[in-house]
Design a protein around this ligand. Structure first.
Ligand SMILES: *Cc1c(COP(=O)(O)O)cnc(C)c1O
Length: 909
């Protein structure tokens, strides 16, 4: 390194940092390691000085973590001052590997200062050396004492450990509010926070890591006054609601305990009280989250000697293990699976359909963990969850505003419930043959049109997908606010099949159904909400026209609003549940009025033989997220952001492949902040903040659309190459892209593998091009043109045929999908016409109208280009004819399009 070169490492963009704050630590260690390697090779003084400043930066962070602790860091610094570059590198490597592998969770030797010296340094309890599997966490203490006292406080905390403790923790100490909030962002190991009254404020707003939370936390109220501790407690709960909080106060704690804010605390102690009590409470707090009522009981059940006389031969495994023919199944799954199978609801197993015991308990814990009032486990996937919610809340004739591109369970749910879907259209991304989300203006327009028609009363629900398959995340709060301004008792169903994990990201949580519902509940209770409504009425007057309503950011009337929010969530898609493990989350002020309907819907759709292992896995998935979800989700986000960066900045890979960024996935109109790319270091802080808070759509970073058209691959071909040659599996493709997803199980090695594979493929293409293979070049050019330029327009929903509409002349779009669906059961009323036939063209010209008899859903793109009763237009036929995918549900090429014949009789009800 020549003199004058700065030590700065390439930095992350602010927004990517704030989405995965814990990654900051890994970055700093990487930079120290990098320099340490250089230093040990060259012994350069410049590098040494960079290393020294790098180490200082690291110290700024490491004080928020128990491991490696001050002594190990001191040791590292000594190596630096002693010019012992080999020892420095060795120790730095050891520490960073230990952090990444989290070896310090399990192994006392990780805490020692010397490679050869196994003397436990931090006076870890003996427990950690011989009980390898006891879960480890860290406890943050926020104290008023001078830093010189901190070691004593730490010693005290360690001194109360007992060999019989079922968990083990290490203390971390900070001295002010800003550091407390920084610590909970950076340190995913934290399980509890102890606030000692009297610590100082030091405004959190000054810290850029925290400033991004301005929209949910009012930092201006955090000051050195007597409410400080309550303000900080509230702020912590907004960032990481799962953390247990304890207050140590020397004031009148009885009075404090009576205040509503005391609900943030698990317990309030008088400061002089026995530290053992605090210790036991901390362990109990963790134990409460660790508890999995159903799973715990299932394990107990499996161990009991039970003779079964119910119908489930596989239970206890006897029919399996004694068989000559199927015992391999027993060997494969192991005995526990069979011991845990039962069709009984006795023996403490409880009943999913009428839970009164541990399932009820487990559901209540899940509701609390996910920020809902009620939670219902579903063992047949979110496909069933959606149908349950639609049936429970909609009656025949009710209107539901529905994203036409939603999962098919919603369409079928309408058929079953007899509700009339009013299809609204998402914005198209023609270049990639996919759709985004439904613009708010489209939803408002639909409501206003219905209102003008006198049908607003019949609109019961707005049903949207958040996030979409491709990662479009709504501003859930704003959508609800503005819709409620038009109709204050609308019910919202947010299909968050993919987005369940988002609850454990403090930034993404704001854009989940439950996160937004909580924020909205809080906001509507403030006097400001009433004021905003009154002001709006003053400005808009009593009868504003549609254009004004569309162009105004509407606020609802807090006195009129009934907030009714439902979220469905495929726990198996983003958390550790077995396939089909799904959950319905409810935050509905009127739930008591629909509870019995809700149970009817459960009875309609749920199996009477629910899979016990799926229920157990839902219970366990909740436990995991509550105890380590914050770190896991942040890791998944970090990996996604890293993949985005690596692919798009790689000189070779980026010639043919690209992970689409926000600017490519979301039209500018829905991205007012101008935020274009998570990894763009020039994105200003304001922009990042505004984008998360206010942009109509945000891209979920973990859903990465990798465009492969420039490499001459269509999505399906590329997906198969990845699967067959490289063992990389993914499930969604578009015409010219594949969708990569990161989740809580990904590691940095996965990034390396993916990059390796893309380099291989790109090298291969490069080589063929260099070889000047004329035939290859020509065909590549053709394919790229077909995939990238020659894309069919995506056909919008046309309309229902008049016979399925109540008022054919009306502007409203809803239709009786259920009647159309059943008309198709009458063979005599159906006909088939070949897609290529002249008859189609002729009828498009001069009628009779072509009316689809069923759902036609091509994969990809996976949305229904026709639904029962829908009028088939030229655009749809063009799209179908251009479509070169093999899998089209509801369409048999040999037979042709299935149509509903024109019948003369009109069935007007
Ligand atoms: C996968 C999915 C569903 C269905 O969920 P399952 O758990 O597979 O039944 C519903 N909606 C959306 C948006 C999905 O992606």
């Amino acid at each position: 390194m020549t003199s004058g070169t700065s030590c700065d490492q390439p930095s992350r963009s602010l927004i990517s940092t704030s989405l995965a704050t814990p990654a900051l630590r890994a970055d700093r260690w990487l930079s120290v390691l990098d320099l340490a390697r250089k230093w040990s090779g060259t012994n350069s003084a410049d590098i040494k000085s960079c290393l020294s400043s790098s180490l200082n930066k690291l110290d700024d962070l490491e004080r928020f973590f128990a491991y490696p602790g001050s002594q190990l860091l001191e040791r590292l610094r000594t190596c630096l001052t002693d010019d012992d570059n080999k020892a420095f590198l060795r120790l730095a490597q050891r520490i960073s590997t230990t952090i990444i592998s989290r070896k310090y969770h399990r192994d006392a030797s990780a805490w020692t200062t010397d490679d050869h010296d196994d003397e436990p340094l931090n006076r870890l309890p003996q427990a950690i050396t011989h009980l390898k599997n006891i879960p480890y966490f860290e406890v943050l203490s926020v104290v008023p004492h001078a830093p010189s006292r901190w070691p004593v406080i730490q010693e005290e905390a360690r001194g109360v450990r007992r060999p019989e403790d079922d968990f083990i923790y290490q203390p971390v100490i900070v001295g002010n509010a800003q550091d407390a909030l920084t610590a909970i962002l950076l340190n995913p190991d934290l399980g509890a926070v102890v606030l000692y009254e009297g610590f100082s404020a030091q405004s959190p707003a000054d810290n850029p890591l925290l400033a991004v939370f301005q929209s949910i936390i009012d930092f201006t109220t955090i000051g050195d006054d007597e409410t400080l501790v309550l303000q900080v407690a509230q702020a912590i709960k907004k960032i990481r609601p799962e953390l247990d909080l304890y207050l140590l106060s020397d004031r009148n704690i009885e009075a404090l305990a009576g205040k509503p804010e005391s609900r943030f605390f698990n317990r309030i102690f008088y400061q002089m009280e026995e530290p053992l009590e605090l210790h036991l409470s901390i362990l109990e707090g963790i134990r409460n989250r660790y508890r999995t009522p159903f799973f715990d009981n299932l394990k107990r059940y499996a161990q009991r000697p039970i003779a079964t006389f119910h119908a489930l031969p596989i239970a206890r495994g006897k029919s399996v293990f004694t068989s000559n023919w199927i015992s391999d199944m027993g060997e494969f799954y192991g005995p526990n699976l069979f011991l845990a199978e039962s069709s009984a609801t006795t023996g403490g197993l409880d009943s999913l359909l009428e839970p009164t015991g541990n399932i009820k308990d487990a559901q209540a814990m899940a509701a609390q963990a996910f920020g809902a009032d009620h939670a219902f486990f579903v063992t047949n996937g979110t496909s069933t969850s959606n149908k349950m919610v639609l049936q429970a809340l909609l009656a025949p004739g009710d209107i539901v505003i529905l994203d036409r591109n939603c999962h098919k369970s919603h369409h079928y749910g309408c058929v079953l419930a007899g509700a009339l879907p009013y299809y609204v259209e998402a914005f198209p991304l023609v270049e990639y043959s996919m759709y985004g989300g439904v613009p708010l203006s489209t939803i408002k327009q639909a409501l206003l049109t219905l209102k003008a028609q006198g049908d607003l009363e019949r609109v019961k629900m707005v049903d949207l997908t958040n996030c979409t398959f491709d990662g479009h995340v709504y501003d859930t709060r704003r959508v609800m606010e503005e819709c409620l301004a038009i109709k204050p008792d609308l019910i919202f169903l947010w299909d968050e099949a993919w987005f369940g994990f988002a609850h454990w990201s403090p930034l993404l949580r704001q854009r989940t159904a439950m996160g937004a519902a909580a924020a909205l509940t809080e906001a509507l209770a403030q006097p400001a909400a009433q004021k905003a409504w009154d002001e709006q009425v003053g400005i808009l007057g009593q009868n504003p026209d549609d254009a004004t309503l569309l162009n105004t950011r509407l606020v609802p009337d807090p006195r009129a609003v009934r907030l009714r929010v439902y979220q469905t969530n495929s726990v198996h898609k983003s958390m550790s549940a077995l396939r089909q493990g799904s959950i319905v989350l409810v935050k509905d002020v009127d739930f008591e009025h629909v509870e019995s309907q809700f149970h009817e819907a459960v009875f309609t759709h749920a199996s009477t033989s629910p899979n016990l292992q799926i229920i157990a896995s839902l219970d366990v998935a909740r436990r995991q997220m509550q105890l380590e979800g914050y770190g896991l989700v942040s890791n998944a986000l970090q990996i996604a952001l890293e993949i985005r960066k690596q692919v798009n900045n790689h000189p070779l890979i980026s010639k043919y492949f690209r992970v689409l960024n926000s600017a490519e996935m979301i039209p500018e109109a829905y991205r007012k902040s101008g935020m274009a790319d998570y990894n763009d270091p020039s994105t200003s802080w304001d922009k990042a903040l505004q984008s998360i808070k206010d942009d109509e759509f945000l891209l979920d970073p973990t859903r990465m659309t990798l465009s492969c058209g420039a490499a001459g691959f269509d999505g399906t071909t590329f997906k198969n190459i990845l699967a067959d040659k490289f063992n990389i599996q993914l499930n969604k493709t578009s015409r010219n892209s594949v969708l990569l997803q990161s989740n809580i199980n990904n590691t940095r090695s996965d990034i390396a593998l993916l990059i390796r594979v893309l380099v291989d493929i790109a090298t291969d293409i490069d080589k063929k091009i260099l070889d000047n293979d004329e035939i290859y070049l020509k065909s590549l050019e053709n394919r790229v043109h077909q995939l990238v330029d020659d894309l069919p327009e995506l056909p919008n929903f046309s309309r229902f045929d008049d016979r399925y509409r109540e008022q054919p002349s009306a502007k409203t779009l809803h239709g009786d999908i259920r009647r159309a669906f059943y008309d198709a059961y009458k063979e005599s009323e159906c006909e088939y016409v070949a897609l290529d036939s002249a008859e189609i063209d002729q009828r498009l010209q001069s009628g009779p109208t072509l009316v689809s008899a069923n759902f036609v859903i091509p994969y990809p793109p996976g949305f229904p280009i026709m639904v029962p009763g829908q009028v088939i237009t030229q655009a749809i036929v063009d799209f179908m004819r251009k479509l070169d995918v093999k899998e089209i549900h509801g369409f048999n090429k040999a037979l042709g399009l299935k149509l509903l014949k024109r019948t003369e009789k009109k069935e007007n009800s």
